[in-house]
Design a protein around this ligand. Sequence first.
Ligand SMILES: Nc1ncnc2c1ncn2[C@@H]1O[C@H](COP(=O)(O)OP(=O)(O)OP(=O)(O)O)[C@@H](O)[C@H]1O
Ligand SMILES: [Mg+2]
Length: 343
Amino acid sequence: MITLSAIGKTFPATRRQAAVTALEDVSLTVDRGQVMGIVGPSGSGKSTLARIINLLERPTTGTVTVDGLELTSLRTSDLNRARRTIGMIFQQFNLLDSRTALANVELPLELAGIGRGERRARATELLERVGLGDKLGSHPAQLSGGQRQRVAIARALAPRPSVLLCDEATSALDPTSTTSVLALLRELTAELGLTTVLITHEMDVVKRVCDAVTLLENGRVVDAGRLGEVVTRPDSPLATRLLPHPDPGTSDPDLIEVTLGGTEHDHVLTDLIRRYAVDVAVVAATVETLGGQRFGRMQLRLDGPGDQVAAAREHLARSQRSNGASATASAVTTSTPALSEVA
Ligand SMILES: Nc1ncnc2c1ncn2[C@@H]1O[C@H](COP(=O)(O)OP(=O)(O)OP(=O)(O)O)[C@@H](O)[C@H]1O
Ligand SMILES: [Mg+2]
């Protein structure tokens, strides 16, 4: 588990550059077994945040606590030991070209003073786990991008860390390798009970593997929560990027938009038709799997006697509130908002 509390980071001015405040008052918690996505435009402070979690960079203010240990209060010698509980992988893999896959994975164990037999066994087991049991003797130049990132994952996991930080880990990979590396990260997080932080500029990565997401802008947290919670919050800047508003292709002002998720998905419309004398037409819908759960936004047209339509609208509004949304189901305009990516 990672807890960041009121983290601030200002890089002091140099002769060539004014001081830069990269992070301001950032607080967040990532639970064990959870994958947290950190998204935000270029320069918003994502990489700085990752480097602060393993204290490669000292925060100017605030505290970093990993598995109950406050890293920000440790002396250098204790900190070096604590850092072994945090693995990290990068966009550019950072493997040593002169070493084989096996020797790359052994490296952190070598540095920790672990004997040859033990480290060889551990590195072999990890490379087999990431699907590279037949590539132990290959050098990075002989491996594909996806295979190199698998070696980097095995290397990061060699010291048995409890936290895995991934900074744009799939940004240099083709779509097929991206899919398999993301699936591997998801599996390993569950299997090893890791706390995983995944920095990305792609919302699609968040949708596919993250349980929760934090949006940084100008070094501040502007949105955060579990995917299912964020998507149903009307004031969430991430909500429409996770699940776009459907385009009904008409300008009917009486259309009602509802966002449904999980089990409620199945019951809301059935309930509506049973309770009220209305016909319900789904005019447009978008559906996504977010964090393993299905979510949908639908634009509905209700037809029937005026009082029944009004009561049905109120019923829908209530179902939205119980679904985590704080506003009522509302008539919507037909314009589809620009679905710009986060970065
Ligand atoms: N060592 C440093 N010295 C001075 N400024 C820095 C340093 N590292 C980062 N910064 C500044 O801090 C801000 C945040 O940088 P950071 O690398 O964390 O952004 P990012 O969100 O990871 O961006 P990207 O998506 O492009 O990787 C930027 O303005 C950057 O110029
Ligand atoms: Mg970065």
